[in-house]
Design a protein around this ligand. Sequence first.
Ligand code: HEM
Length: 263
Amino acid sequence: MAKTIGNYFDELRGTRVWRSVFRGGTGSSTLRRSLAIQQNVFLHLFSTKVRRRMVGLSATWYLGTLTFGTFLILVVTGILLMLYYHPSVPQAYADMKDLQFVVSSGLFLRNLHRWSAHAMVFLVFAHMFKVFYRGAYRPPREFNWVIGIILLLVTLFLSYTGYLLPWDQLAFWAITVGSNIASAVPLFGNKIHFLMLGGNLVNANALLRFYVLHCMILPLTAILFIAIHFWRIRKDGGLYAQQSEPKTLAARAAGSAAAKGAQ
Ligand code: HEM
Protein backbone atom coordinates (compact mmCIF):
# COMPACT_ATOMS: atom_id res chain seq x y z
CA MET A 1 0.00 0.00 0.00
CA ALA A 2 1.31 3.48 -0.94
CA LYS A 3 2.40 5.65 1.97
CA THR A 4 0.59 8.92 2.59
CA ILE A 5 2.34 12.14 3.62
CA GLY A 6 0.85 11.58 7.08
CA ASN A 7 2.70 8.24 7.33
CA TYR A 8 6.00 9.92 6.52
CA PHE A 9 5.34 12.52 9.21
CA ASP A 10 4.54 9.79 11.73
CA GLU A 11 7.84 8.08 10.89
CA LEU A 12 9.70 11.37 11.19
CA ARG A 13 8.17 11.99 14.61
CA GLY A 14 9.37 8.59 15.72
CA THR A 15 13.04 9.25 14.81
CA ARG A 16 15.65 9.87 17.47
CA VAL A 17 16.54 13.30 16.10
CA TRP A 18 12.90 14.47 16.24
CA ARG A 19 12.44 13.04 19.73
CA SER A 20 15.58 14.83 20.92
CA VAL A 21 14.13 18.18 19.81
CA PHE A 22 10.41 17.71 20.61
CA ARG A 23 10.31 15.73 23.82
CA GLY A 24 6.55 15.59 24.37
CA GLY A 25 5.89 14.07 20.97
CA THR A 26 2.45 14.19 19.49
CA GLY A 27 -0.59 11.95 19.64
CA SER A 28 -4.30 12.07 19.98
CA SER A 29 -4.56 11.91 23.76
CA THR A 30 -5.23 15.16 25.68
CA LEU A 31 -2.08 14.61 27.74
CA ARG A 32 0.12 14.24 24.63
CA ARG A 33 -1.37 17.35 23.06
CA SER A 34 -0.88 19.36 26.26
CA LEU A 35 2.74 18.20 26.51
CA ALA A 36 3.39 19.20 22.89
CA ILE A 37 2.36 22.77 23.81
CA GLN A 38 3.98 22.93 27.23
CA GLN A 39 7.36 21.63 26.14
CA ASN A 40 7.85 23.94 23.17
CA VAL A 41 9.56 27.24 23.97
CA PHE A 42 7.29 29.23 21.61
CA LEU A 43 4.04 27.32 22.03
CA HIS A 44 4.20 27.30 25.84
CA LEU A 45 3.29 31.00 25.75
CA PHE A 46 -0.17 29.97 24.53
CA SER A 47 -3.00 28.24 26.38
CA THR A 48 -3.13 24.47 26.17
CA LYS A 49 -6.93 24.61 26.05
CA VAL A 50 -9.24 27.17 24.47
CA ARG A 51 -12.99 27.56 24.62
CA ARG A 52 -14.46 26.69 21.23
CA ARG A 53 -16.42 29.97 21.14
CA MET A 54 -13.26 32.02 21.64
CA VAL A 55 -11.64 30.82 18.41
CA GLY A 56 -14.67 32.02 16.40
CA LEU A 57 -14.46 35.29 14.48
CA SER A 58 -17.13 37.05 16.55
CA ALA A 59 -15.23 36.77 19.85
CA THR A 60 -12.19 38.94 19.05
CA TRP A 61 -12.56 39.59 15.30
CA TYR A 62 -8.96 38.27 15.34
CA LEU A 63 -7.83 41.88 15.75
CA GLY A 64 -4.93 41.04 18.10
CA THR A 65 -3.85 38.21 15.81
CA LEU A 66 -4.03 40.50 12.77
CA THR A 67 -1.97 43.13 14.62
CA PHE A 68 0.64 40.46 15.28
CA GLY A 69 0.47 39.43 11.59
CA THR A 70 1.22 42.99 10.43
CA PHE A 71 4.07 43.14 12.94
CA LEU A 72 5.61 39.98 11.42
CA ILE A 73 5.30 41.44 7.89
CA LEU A 74 7.00 44.61 9.15
CA VAL A 75 9.88 42.65 10.67
CA VAL A 76 10.49 40.67 7.45
CA THR A 77 10.13 43.65 5.05
CA GLY A 78 12.12 45.86 7.46
CA ILE A 79 15.06 43.44 7.44
CA LEU A 80 14.97 43.37 3.63
CA LEU A 81 14.85 47.19 3.50
CA MET A 82 17.90 47.33 5.77
CA LEU A 83 19.89 45.60 3.01
CA TYR A 84 19.45 48.68 0.79
CA TYR A 85 19.30 51.59 3.23
CA HIS A 86 22.16 53.62 4.79
CA PRO A 87 21.25 55.91 7.71
CA SER A 88 23.46 58.77 6.53
CA VAL A 89 22.41 62.23 5.37
CA PRO A 90 23.95 62.14 1.85
CA GLN A 91 22.76 58.57 1.21
CA ALA A 92 19.34 58.02 2.84
CA TYR A 93 17.17 59.88 0.33
CA ALA A 94 19.11 58.44 -2.64
CA ASP A 95 18.59 54.93 -1.21
CA MET A 96 14.84 55.48 -1.09
CA LYS A 97 14.87 56.63 -4.74
CA ASP A 98 16.97 53.57 -5.69
CA LEU A 99 14.45 51.37 -3.94
CA GLN A 100 11.69 53.01 -5.94
CA PHE A 101 13.32 52.98 -9.38
CA VAL A 102 16.34 50.63 -9.43
CA VAL A 103 15.97 47.73 -7.00
CA SER A 104 13.90 44.87 -8.36
CA SER A 105 10.53 44.83 -6.51
CA GLY A 106 11.91 47.65 -4.33
CA LEU A 107 8.79 49.77 -4.69
CA PHE A 108 6.62 46.80 -3.69
CA LEU A 109 8.87 46.12 -0.69
CA ARG A 110 8.78 49.74 0.47
CA ASN A 111 5.03 50.04 0.02
CA LEU A 112 4.39 46.74 1.76
CA HIS A 113 6.37 48.02 4.75
CA ARG A 114 4.62 51.41 4.72
CA TRP A 115 1.07 50.06 4.33
CA SER A 116 1.63 47.35 6.92
CA ALA A 117 2.77 50.09 9.32
CA HIS A 118 -0.45 52.05 8.70
CA ALA A 119 -2.48 48.85 9.08
CA MET A 120 -0.74 47.97 12.34
CA VAL A 121 -1.56 51.36 13.87
CA PHE A 122 -5.20 51.00 12.79
CA LEU A 123 -5.45 47.39 14.00
CA VAL A 124 -3.83 48.01 17.38
CA PHE A 125 -6.43 50.72 18.11
CA ALA A 126 -9.26 48.54 16.79
CA HIS A 127 -8.01 45.64 18.97
CA MET A 128 -7.86 47.92 22.01
CA PHE A 129 -11.43 49.17 21.46
CA LYS A 130 -12.69 45.63 20.95
CA VAL A 131 -11.01 44.51 24.20
CA PHE A 132 -12.56 47.52 25.96
CA TYR A 133 -16.10 47.00 24.67
CA ARG A 134 -16.00 43.31 25.57
CA GLY A 135 -14.91 44.28 29.08
CA ALA A 136 -11.85 42.03 28.69
CA TYR A 137 -9.65 44.56 30.50
CA ARG A 138 -11.24 43.76 33.87
CA PRO A 139 -9.59 41.63 36.60
CA PRO A 140 -7.69 39.36 36.28
CA ARG A 141 -6.67 40.86 32.92
CA GLU A 142 -5.82 44.39 34.08
CA PHE A 143 -2.06 43.73 33.94
CA ASN A 144 -2.38 42.56 30.33
CA TRP A 145 -4.22 45.80 29.57
CA VAL A 146 -1.18 47.70 30.93
CA ILE A 147 1.15 45.55 28.78
CA GLY A 148 -1.18 46.42 25.88
CA ILE A 149 -0.76 50.15 26.56
CA ILE A 150 3.03 49.68 26.38
CA LEU A 151 2.56 47.86 23.05
CA LEU A 152 0.36 50.69 21.78
CA LEU A 153 3.06 53.25 22.65
CA VAL A 154 5.80 51.10 21.10
CA THR A 155 3.71 50.79 17.91
CA LEU A 156 3.25 54.58 17.74
CA PHE A 157 6.97 55.21 18.41
CA LEU A 158 7.86 52.69 15.70
CA SER A 159 5.73 54.64 13.23
CA TYR A 160 7.14 57.97 14.33
CA THR A 161 10.81 56.92 14.18
CA GLY A 162 10.30 55.27 10.78
CA TYR A 163 8.93 58.55 9.45
CA LEU A 164 12.34 60.29 9.51
CA LEU A 165 14.27 57.58 7.69
CA PRO A 166 13.38 58.54 4.03
CA TRP A 167 15.00 61.92 4.83
CA ASP A 168 12.67 63.84 2.49
CA GLN A 169 10.95 67.16 3.20
CA LEU A 170 7.91 65.48 4.76
CA ALA A 171 10.13 63.46 7.11
CA PHE A 172 12.33 66.39 8.07
CA TRP A 173 9.49 68.76 8.92
CA ALA A 174 7.32 66.12 10.61
CA ILE A 175 10.17 65.27 12.98
CA THR A 176 10.94 68.98 13.49
CA VAL A 177 7.31 69.56 14.53
CA GLY A 178 7.18 66.37 16.65
CA SER A 179 10.41 67.12 18.51
CA ASN A 180 9.27 70.72 19.14
CA ILE A 181 6.05 69.37 20.65
CA ALA A 182 8.20 67.17 22.92
CA SER A 183 10.19 70.23 24.01
CA ALA A 184 6.94 71.73 25.38
CA VAL A 185 6.87 69.10 28.18
CA PRO A 186 7.04 70.97 31.52
CA LEU A 187 10.47 71.02 33.26
CA PHE A 188 12.21 68.35 31.14
CA GLY A 189 11.08 69.50 27.66
CA ASN A 190 14.47 70.75 26.45
CA LYS A 191 16.27 67.70 27.82
CA ILE A 192 13.84 65.33 26.03
CA HIS A 193 14.28 67.34 22.82
CA PHE A 194 18.08 67.10 23.07
CA LEU A 195 17.98 63.40 23.93
CA MET A 196 15.65 62.63 21.01
CA LEU A 197 17.72 64.41 18.37
CA GLY A 198 21.22 63.98 19.78
CA GLY A 199 21.52 67.77 19.56
CA ASN A 200 19.34 70.81 19.01
CA LEU A 201 18.56 70.31 15.32
CA VAL A 202 17.22 67.55 13.09
CA ASN A 203 20.49 66.42 11.48
CA ALA A 204 22.77 63.38 11.05
CA ASN A 205 22.72 62.58 14.80
CA ALA A 206 18.92 62.53 14.81
CA LEU A 207 18.84 60.28 11.75
CA LEU A 208 21.21 57.79 13.40
CA ARG A 209 19.26 57.82 16.67
CA PHE A 210 15.94 57.27 14.92
CA TYR A 211 17.48 54.46 12.86
CA VAL A 212 18.79 52.61 15.91
CA LEU A 213 15.48 53.10 17.72
CA HIS A 214 13.45 52.02 14.69
CA CYS A 215 15.50 48.97 13.68
CA MET A 216 16.77 47.66 17.03
CA ILE A 217 15.48 49.05 20.30
CA LEU A 218 11.75 49.37 19.54
CA PRO A 219 11.30 46.07 17.62
CA LEU A 220 13.10 44.15 20.39
CA THR A 221 10.94 45.90 23.01
CA ALA A 222 7.84 44.99 20.98
CA ILE A 223 8.91 41.32 20.73
CA LEU A 224 9.54 41.14 24.48
CA PHE A 225 6.18 42.68 25.41
CA ILE A 226 4.23 40.69 22.78
CA ALA A 227 5.67 37.50 24.32
CA ILE A 228 4.59 38.67 27.81
CA HIS A 229 1.17 39.68 26.37
CA PHE A 230 0.56 36.17 24.95
CA TRP A 231 1.87 34.45 28.08
CA ARG A 232 -0.44 36.56 30.26
CA ILE A 233 -3.49 35.49 28.22
CA ARG A 234 -2.60 31.94 29.20
CA LYS A 235 -2.00 32.85 32.86
CA ASP A 236 -5.27 34.81 33.03
CA GLY A 237 -7.21 31.67 32.13
CA GLY A 238 -7.38 32.11 28.34
CA LEU A 239 -9.39 34.67 26.44
CA TYR A 240 -12.20 36.41 28.24
CA ALA A 241 -15.62 34.80 27.80
CA GLN A 242 -18.50 37.19 28.28
CA GLN A 243 -20.39 36.86 31.56
CA SER A 244 -23.69 37.22 29.74
CA GLU A 245 -23.22 33.91 27.94
CA PRO A 246 -26.23 31.65 28.56
CA LYS A 247 -23.98 28.80 29.75
CA THR A 248 -22.16 30.99 32.27
CA LEU A 249 -25.44 32.39 33.61
CA ALA A 250 -26.93 28.90 33.90
CA ALA A 251 -23.81 27.69 35.77
CA ARG A 252 -24.01 30.67 38.13
CA ALA A 253 -27.72 30.15 38.78
CA ALA A 254 -27.07 26.45 39.51
CA GLY A 255 -24.20 27.43 41.84
CA SER A 256 -26.27 29.91 43.86
CA ALA A 257 -29.21 27.48 44.04
CA ALA A 258 -26.85 24.80 45.40
CA ALA A 259 -25.42 27.28 47.94
CA LYS A 260 -28.95 28.20 49.12
CA GLY A 261 -29.84 24.53 49.41
CA ALA A 262 -26.80 23.90 51.63
CA GLN A 263 -27.82 26.70 54.08
C1 HEM B 1 1.50 45.09 19.18
C2 HEM B 1 0.30 45.20 19.68
C3 HEM B 1 -0.58 44.07 20.13
C4 HEM B 1 -0.60 42.76 19.73
C5 HEM B 1 0.29 42.08 18.68
C6 HEM B 1 -1.65 42.09 20.50
C7 HEM B 1 -2.01 40.77 20.35
C8 HEM B 1 -3.06 40.16 21.02
C9 HEM B 1 -3.61 38.87 20.73
C10 HEM B 1 -3.15 37.94 19.59
C11 HEM B 1 -4.60 38.63 21.62
C12 HEM B 1 -5.52 37.40 21.70
C13 HEM B 1 -6.62 37.35 20.65
C14 HEM B 1 -7.23 38.63 20.17
O1 HEM B 1 -7.76 39.42 20.98
O2 HEM B 1 -7.20 38.82 18.96
C15 HEM B 1 -4.67 39.75 22.53
C16 HEM B 1 -5.51 39.86 23.63
C17 HEM B 1 -5.55 40.94 24.50
N1 HEM B 1 -4.98 42.17 24.28
FE1 HEM B 1 -3.63 42.60 22.82
N2 HEM B 1 -2.22 43.01 21.34
C18 HEM B 1 -1.62 44.23 21.16
C19 HEM B 1 -1.95 45.43 21.77
C20 HEM B 1 -2.89 45.57 22.79
C21 HEM B 1 -3.36 46.83 23.35
C22 HEM B 1 -2.94 48.21 22.84
C23 HEM B 1 -4.21 46.51 24.36
C24 HEM B 1 -4.96 47.44 25.29
C25 HEM B 1 -4.49 48.54 25.77
C26 HEM B 1 -4.29 45.07 24.46
C27 HEM B 1 -5.00 44.36 25.40
C28 HEM B 1 -5.31 43.03 25.31
C29 HEM B 1 -6.08 42.27 26.30
C30 HEM B 1 -6.63 42.80 27.65
C31 HEM B 1 -6.22 40.97 25.78
C32 HEM B 1 -6.99 39.81 26.42
C33 HEM B 1 -8.37 39.85 25.79
C34 HEM B 1 -9.26 38.70 26.21
O3 HEM B 1 -8.97 38.03 27.21
O4 HEM B 1 -10.24 38.49 25.51
N3 HEM B 1 -3.51 44.53 23.46
N4 HEM B 1 -3.73 40.68 22.14
